[in-house]
Design a protein around this ligand. Structure first.
Ligand code: HEC
Ligand code: HEC
Length: 233
């Protein structure tokens, strides 16, 4: 960490002392905020993004609703599903969440969010002659997602390889000039979208705080001091 700060200082041009010190202070603050060196775990990425109805059905509900086990309304059975659909999404969701007779609560998978259950029902309705719109997330997920998870799930898509000129994760030389007006301004820019980047990096339900965490991770990543190879460079 200290090595890094010195190196950064050495690279700065002389005439711009005050902004150089400012940048250093910001980087120092960023270093302090870096929580965990564990980056890009695929599990973390999976937990972040809500699944589509198709995915939820094909990895779960289909075990019963594919064949009609225990009298489950079969996917594609227009008669059965149009009768159910007439009751509306909220009524069906309620019974799918609570369970009804041989239908287990949450389709036997407590990991499904309410929105995922709604999407799965919508998908089955639509596979059975219906025409419902897939429900969108009503709120941000309850647990705040950490920067590593967000970066791993979304920002890597462009910031790992630098697609479209995106500053690469851990590429200090690319990030330092972008920090010249401060971290808050940089985060705001990522929230609003900037050049080739959509607002919030294309993940509309990220909160401002989550965006900030993700930006901090991208600036700091790859410079995690306990990676011996990197430390030698
Ligand atoms: C273990 C088997 C099983 C799994 C897995 C399962 N279901 Fe069901 N489901 C049933 C059965 C059986 C019924 C018929 C219940 C009844 O009316 O007696 C049913 C009925 C339903 C109904 C109609 C409820 C009502 O009010 O009539 C909905 C909606 C539904 N399931 C959604 C889902 C969703 C969404 C999933 C996946 C997340 C899922 N189910 C997974 C067995 C299952
Ligand atoms: C579809 C590709 C793409 C994704 C996904 C993406 N970015 Fe970007 N990002 C870019 C590009 C391209 C730029 C460079 C834009 C420019 O400077 O013109 C950029 C620039 C930025 C900047 C610098 C903005 C500035 O004002 O200099 C930040 C901060 C940033 N991205 C954060 C994020 C975060 C956080 C995520 C994940 C939530 C993310 N990005 C996801 C493409 C992407």
């Amino acid at each position: 960490m200290i090595l890094f700060l010195r190196k950064t200082g050495g690279k700065m041009k002389t005439g711009k002392r005050s902004s150089c010190i400012e940048t250093r202070l910001q980087l120092l603050a960023l270093v302090g905020l870096l929580a965990s060196p564990a980056l890009y775990s695929p599990q973390a990425a999976a937990a972040l993004v809500e699944r589509s109805g198709k995915e939820v059905v094909e990895t779960g509900c289909i075990t019963c609703h594919g064949t009609g086990v225990h009298g489950a309304p079969k996917i594609g059975d227009e008669k059965a599903w149009s009768k159910l659909a007439a009751r509306g999404l909220s009524s069906l969701t309620q019974s799918a969440l609570k369970g009804i007779r041989k239908m287990p609560a949450h389709g036997a998978n407590s990991a499904h969010t309410d929105t995922e259950i709604e999407r799965a029902i919508t998908y089955m309705v639509n596979q059975s002659g219906g025409n419902w719109a897939e429900p969108i997330s009503r709120t941000a997920p309850p647990a705040r997602r950490n920067g590593e998870q967000i970066v791993a799930a979304q920002c890597v898509k462009c910031h790992q390889a630098g697609a479209g000129g995106a500053p690469r994760i851990g590429d200090r030389e690319a990030w330092i000039p972008r920090l010249k007006n401060g971290l808050a301004v940089l985060v705001r820019s990522a929230i609003n979208g900037h050049g080739g980047m959509q607002a919030r990096g294309g993940l509309a339900n990220l909160t401002d705080a989550e965006m900030r965490d993700a930006v901090i991770v991208m600036i700091n990543a790859d410079r995690v001091p306990d990676n011996p190879k990197k430390a030698q460079k």
